[in-house]
Design a protein around this ligand. Structure first.
Ligand code: FAD
Length: 318
């Protein structure tokens, strides 16, 4: 079922969902199942699976020589989506990226999704590779998420690349895109970023999932500003419980987001990461309660590997 249909069917009740990261290659899918199992009692109608783009690894050839090879450390998003869908009978949402993929590769991926009955996708640009200062699209790849949304919408009309029309076998994807309550880090202003978000929705995006935020006011203001800008699709809040002390520096550095003073003080008073994890859980519970009271369509959690904290949060709320 489409994410938008799940939301409609819930009839105003907030749903629970979460995002997982595929294991690094060489690891077993059972570890992933062990993390998903305790969350299934909260009836997530869908689970997102992230995609990682390619990266360089350096092989030591001896005598001071390094060989640079390109690799994908976490392949298998679509396979994992299919496995989870089959095992738990739940909808899965593969994240589809512009970066690192040609339009042809994207088309093959979408065709496979269609065959597998996976009809929700998250359309994202992806970030620059670690050695790049700025994002560069692949040769013959999509540049912005909006372009990827257009390619997916074309498939929904039976329009394949190179002007091939297969109107008898149209796809029917429900498309999610990313939104940034504190603006995307490359955007010159929140208003400009909202204009870009509107372009994604006008191109055919059906719903938005936000970047993590720790101050609900930022989300409420973002939703109001989006409505003002003419964006009328569901905006799902993304919530990440702080798990380790290092997040105090890492999250602002990577995502250019602010942390509230009260949260910083609570974390700084912790003596161990175990205590930090408890503070993160409690903060996320309070955040979630306020968002539930405001009637958000879904509470979507970033699980980042270990799910015990998401389980602790969900058991207080669902
Ligand atoms: P876009 O919407 O294309 O925007 C990128 C930037 O370009 C923004 O600053 C925007 O304002 C600007 N822009 C857009 N259109 C134009 C234009 N026409 N001209 C000039 N500027 C323009 N990353 C991963 O690698 N894998 C994942 O699985 C993943 N999942 C994510 C899930 C969520 C919910 C979120 C919020 C992010 C996720 N990301 C993921 C991170 C995402 O890929 C990065 O934030 C990326 O830098 C931007 O992606 P986007 O889809 O928002 O890009």
């Amino acid at each position: 079922m489409k994410i938008t249909e799940h939301i409609k069917k819930a009839n105003g009740k907030s749903l629970f969902s979460f995002e997982i990261i595929p294991p690094k290659k060489g690891n077993n899918i059972q570890d992933l199942y062990n993390n998903i199992d305790p969350l299934m009692e909260f009836n997530p109608p869908f689970i997102d699976v992230t995609t990682s783009r390619e990266e360089y690894v350096y092989i030591d050839k001896g005598e001071g020589l390094l060989d640079r090879k390109i690799t994908r450390m976490r392949p298998g998003t679509l396979g994992i989506c299919a496995a989870i869908k089959h095992k738990y009978d739940v909808d899965t949402v593969p994240h589809v990226l512009c970066g690192g993929f040609t339009k042809e590769e994207t088309e093959y991926l979408l065709v496979d999704c269609h065959y597998l009955g996976i009809n929700n996708v998250m359309a994202l640009r992806g970030d620059a590779m670690s050695h790049q200062k700025y994002f560069e699209p692949s040769k013959n790849g999509n540049h912005f998420a909006k372009d990827l949304v257009t390619q997916i919408k074309d498939l929904n009309c039976g329009k394949y690349l190179h002007d091939v029309i297969e109107a008898s076998n149209k796809a029917d994807f429900c498309i999610g895109v990313a939104g940034y309550p504190e603006k995307h880090l490359e955007s010159p202003s929140l208003q400009t970023d909202l204009k870009r978000l509107k372009e994604k929705v006008d191109a055919g995006a059906d719903y938005v999932v936000t970047q993590m935020f720790f101050d609900n006011q930022k989300y409420f203001e973002f939703v109001a500003a989006a409505k003002n800008a003419g964006i009328h699709v569901p905006i799902i809040p993304g919530i990440k419980p702080i798990a380790v002390r290092r997040h105090l520096q890492l999250l602002p550095q990577v995502f250019k987001i602010d942390l509230p003073e009260a949260l910083i003080t609570d974390i700084e008073s912790c003596k161990t990461n175990k205590e930090v994890r408890l503070v993160g859980i409690e903060w996320a519970i309070q955040q979630s309660k306020e968002l539930l009271a405001a009637g958000v369509p879904v509470l979507h959690y970033y699980s980042m590997g270990k799910s015990d904290n998401i389980q602790a949060i969900a058991s207080e709320l669902f």
